[in-house]
Design a binder for this molecule. Structure first.
Ligand code: KIV
Ligand code: ZN
Length: 536
């Protein structure tokens, strides 16, 4: 368990993967997935988890309550709930977080000219709302954070007044957001320094924590966040893999590893156990169905790969020649669990627990069966394989509308790729359909579409090999959008057969889409049908 300790040089890591990150197109999570990610964030050592926006929906409220209860323990992180500076939002946020040992209400109000115009209020009315919102939040919860939204486009004089009003009414953390990713590192650093020094009641020594929250529209979120740290900011709001609306938020792993790797420059520390970074990244990628670009700093598949001969030669002689961090620092280990035919369920469970997964009951039975099957195919089963299997099992849920039972594909150069798919609907009825397509994945997806009545467009399809070698598990992430909506839904699947992974990922995305949009009946009557391309 991470022991969190604090001094003046500690940077508080405020993770908003489950709130701002979940606002990424296609990143919808179930409450069980949110809980699992929150547990992992706690193991990673984040200081604050922003668990959601409780007033957004009853489901959001329930998910925040569960995280507050189960993860917000005395030795665990602070659990924050977001709210607009409105009485009903603030009361609902408190309902969300109040069972945590360390609850926080995070309330915000737009302060830039365009945000005030959108709210149809002037600057003075804005200050009044900040005062009443923060006062109410403080009457419910001792730990109150205030954010002047779109601070990056708000004039500094008004920002100082807004922050002073919040502190006067009891806010203990002032978070300065660059909501639209507009600011430049040098000007942002100057603005933050001025705010810290000139906001009455919030200067150095006042006990108020200054925070930044940056978006990545110009690719500067990490640079802007780090610039703040050089001028006295001591909380950073970040997401795993940098996910978030549009171009995303500041990436947790980039900021933490910059502080860690350039200790002599920043002279700062965090409570993060950096060896948990890769695992957290993979969990978020898998559950959200949001692939990580291969060249993404720290967690991309190529982040520690050396392709050119000169680089390889240098790294082999001395890793420091071309590497500023060790792969082990971020949890990229070669640790392998060697499975013999006799390896038992208990050993698997223990290893999963060491990896941070509590898997019991039916889920353990399923993962164990998959583990044995994989061990028959591969010489060794690695930790990454196990993580993929657990993520794949977690992607199929009891409440799913449709479940893949069997698939058979015929393809090659000599005929038309044909897939036969057998699925179960929620009533346990088996539905079997064959379809012809341009390739095996196309044929399989057409067969699924002939069963599930949820018209959509495939936006993204990514295949990734979990480990090296021809016998590796293949992971697939997809994103789809319903025919008449701009929303997107992601899905994940893992199997040693990439066609099976592809169909599982697609069915997972369809199930999400159906649940959240109330779509999807069954197309045919359970009879075998053949659909697809007509031959010419
Ligand atoms: O980007 C933003 O301004 C936010 C606030 C709610 C903090 O996410
Ligand atoms: Zn944001």
């Amino acid at each position: 368990m991470v022991k969190r300790t604090y001094d003046d040089n500690t940077v508080i890591i405020f993770d908003t993967t489950l709130r701002d990150g979940e606002q990424s197109p296609g990143a919808t999570l179930s409450s069980a997935e949110k809980l699992e990610i929150a547990r992992q964030l706690s193991r990673l050592g984040v200081d604050v988890i922003e668990a959601g926006f409780p007033a957004a929906s009853p489901d959001d409220l329930k998910a925040v309550q569960r995280i507050a209860r189960e993860v917000g323990r005395p030795e665990g992180p602070t659990v924050a709930g977001l709210s607009r500076a409105l009485e009903s939002d603030i009361r609902t946020a408190w309902e969300g977080v109040k069972e945590a040992s360390k609850p926080r209400i995070h309330t915000f109000l737009g302060t830039s000219p365009s945000h005030l115009a959108m709210l149809r209020i002037n600057q003075e009315e804005g200050l009044e709302r900040i005062r009443s919102g923060v006062t109410l939040a403080k009457s419910l919860c001792d730990d109150v954070e205030f954010s002047p939204m779109d601070a990056g486009r708000t004039d500094t004089e008004y920002l100082i007044r807004a922050c002073a009003a919040a502190v006067e009414c009891g806010a203990t953390t002032l978070n300065i957001p660059d909501t639209v990713g507009y600011v430049m590192p040098a000007e942002w650093a100057d603005t933050l320094e001025m705010l810290i020094n000139e906001t009455p009641g919030a200067g150095p020594g006042s006990g108020v924590i200054w925070s930044v929250h940056c978006h990545n529209d110009l690719g500067l979120a990490t640079a802007n966040t780090l610039a703040g740290l050089t001028r006295g900011v001591r909380q950073v709001e970040v997401t795993i893999n940098g996910i978030g609306e549009r171009a995303g938020n500041t990436s947790m792993e980039e900021v933490v590893m910059a502080i860690h790797t350039r200790k002599s420059f920043y002279n700062l520390r965090t409570n993060i156990d950096t060896t948990q970074i890769m695992k957290t990244s993979r969990m978020v990628r898998n559950y959200m169905g949001m692939p990580v670009q291969p060249n993404k700093a720290i967690v991309g598949a190529n982040a520690f790969a050396h392709e050119s001969g000169i680089h390889q030669d240098g790294v082999l002689k001395n890793a420091e020649t071309f590497e500023i961090m060790m792969p082990e620092d971020v949890g990229l280990t070669q640790s392998k669990l060697v499975l013999g035919k006799l390896s038992g369920r208990h050993a698997l469970r223990v290893r999963l627990r060491e990896l941070g997964y509590e898997v019991d009951g039916d889920e353990l039975v399923d993962v164990f069966r998959r583990f044995k099957e994989l061990a028959d195919l591969k010489k060794t089963v690695t930790d990454a394989d196990l993580e993929a299997l657990v993520a794949d099992e977690a992607a199929q849920k009891p409440e799913d509308h449709f479940r893949l039972v069997d698939i058979q594909v015929v393809c090659g150069t000599m005929g038309m790729p044909t897939a036969t798919v057998k699925m179960l609907n929620q009533d346990g009825e088996a539905l079997v359909v064959s379809a012809v397509g341009t390739g095996p994945v196309d044929a399989s997806y057409r067969a699924v579409d002939a069963i599930v009545d949820a018209p959509n467009e495939l936006l993204e399809f990514n295949v990734h090999s979990v480990t090296e070698g021809i016998d590796a598990l293949g992971e697939v992430t997809v994103r789809i959008t319903p025919a008449d909506s701009s929303r997107t839904f992601g899905g994940y699947g893992a199997d040693s057969d990439i066609i099976v992974s592809s169909v599982k990922a697609y069915v997972a995305a369809l199930n999400r889409m159906i649940s959240s949009m109330g779509l999807g009946g069954v197309v045919p009557e359970g009879e075998v049908a053949v659909v697809g391309l007509t031959s010419s």
